[in-house]
Structures are given as C-alpha cells and as structure tokens.
Design a binder for this molecule. Structure first.
Ligand SMILES: *Cc1c(COP(=O)(O)O)cnc(C)c1O
Length: 212
C-alpha cells in the first residue's frame, strides 16, 4: 500500500475540478518524495521553518502552500517561494505579504480564512469583515486574493459540518472573482466537496497519523 497508493487512489476518486493539497506537516522529506513520485506537486505545511527546509531539499516544481496560522514577522522566510497562503485573516498580515512579495518581485496567492466553526477558535475572519479585507487588498499589487479557506468544527455531527461548509460556499459564490474554495480535510473532505469545495487539504489519510 503506502503513500504512492494512497495518493493515486484519492486522486482518482476526486472530481476533476478539485485539487489536492497533500498536507505533509511533521512528515519526513522521504515521505514527500514518495508522494512526488506518484505525481503530487502541491504540498501543504503549517510551520514556516519546516516548509523552508523541505523546499530547500525537494524538487523546485513543487507548489508550496502555507496552511497554518502565520506570524507576520515570519512572512519574509517564505516569500521567495511560497505559492499560496491559506490563512490570511488580518490586514496587517496582508500588508506584510504585499511588502515581502514586492521585495522578491513575485505575486503571492492568498486565501482569506473565514471562521465558520461553531467551536471557539481564535483564527479566521468573521464573514462580516470580508469586505474590509478585500478593500485593503485592492492596493496590494503583489497579492492575488484567490478565494476563501475554512475549517469546520471537529465533530462527528455531519449535519453541522455540512451547514458550516455550505455557509462558506455561499460566501464564496457571491464573489465572481474568486477561483479557489479551500475546505475539507481527511475526516470531512467528501462533505466539503459536496458543498462546493474545489481544493481539499488532506494529510493523515495520505501519510498516516502524525506523531507530535
Ligand atoms: C493539519 C491540517 C490539515 C490536514 O489534516 P488531516 O486531518 O491530517 O487531513 C488541513 N488543514 C489544516 C489547516 C491543517 O492544519
């Protein structure tokens, strides 16, 4: 079985418009190479240092996605290569991404993280704050807002998960400029796709459970 098999099997089950971010956080470079050999080119990490180290060691045609919370003062370390930042949730961070992208003469793709989970989480914007964020991004020449990202409540209540994903999908559909709706993880990606996700972030289902 193994990673190559998992990648091939998952990819063949996905609708063609859904892209797969292979979430490789905590996993060794050898695991990422196995996925790479199965044709995987999009990897997601949640710690900047770890992503930099893997970027240095792996083939340069990989698209690196930062899926975790980003500290403003660390944007500079990933600005030379990061493809997409999924969890943009404040204007101060947006401005720093603009500054560092410009320095590197690059455009960095960003997704705005919206808080959809009922459970108490610190991260993500309220839906009502989205317009202000989009307005702020209009003056960011080196940032491309591609769409939205969200995480559902960690629960076995699939109705609740579905409701949360549908809320995000509605917000996404209201803006015709958006191209990417990043939602769905190992435990809930089928529900996310049904609700309209076109980018899923899957880790443990591909690489096995993580040992922290
Ligand atoms: C870890 C992580 C994932 C993947 O989680 P799995 O349950 O292992 O698929 C997806 N999105 C984010 C933001 C994560 O931090």
């Amino acid at each position: 079985m193994g990673i190559q098999h998992n990648i091939t099997e998952l990819k063949s089950s996905l609708p063609p418009e859904v892209s797969l971010v292979a979430v490789s956080k905590t996993k060794p470079v050898s695991d990422l190479l196995e996925a790479y050999e199965a044709g995987q080119r999009i990897f997601g990490e949640n710690k900047i240092q770890e992503m930099v180290s893997k970027w240095e060691q792996l083939p340069k045609d990989i698209q690196w996605h930062m899926i975790g919370h980003v500290q403003t003062n660390k944007v500079k370390y990933m600005a030379p290569f990061v493809h997409t930042i999924h969890a943009v949730d404040r204007i101060k961070l947006l401005k720093e991404i603009q500054k560092q992208a410009e320095k590197n003469e690059r455009i960095i793709n960003c997704l705005i993280q919206i808080r959809i989970a009922e459970e108490d989480t610190k991260f993500g914007l309220a839906a009502s704050e989205l317009d202000a964020m989009l307005e702020a991004s209009a003056s960011c020449s080196h940032v491309k807002i591609k769409g939205l990202m969200g995480m559902a409540t960690f629960t076995s209540d699939t109705d609740q998960i579905q409701t949360e994903f549908q809320k995000l999908a509605q917000l996404y559909q209201k803006n015709s400029e958006f191209e990417v709706l990043s939602m769905g993880m190992s435990g809930d990606y089928p529900i996310a796709i049904e609700a309209g996700s076109n980018m899923i972030r899957v880790g443990s289902k591909l690489f096995g459970e993580r040992n922290y």
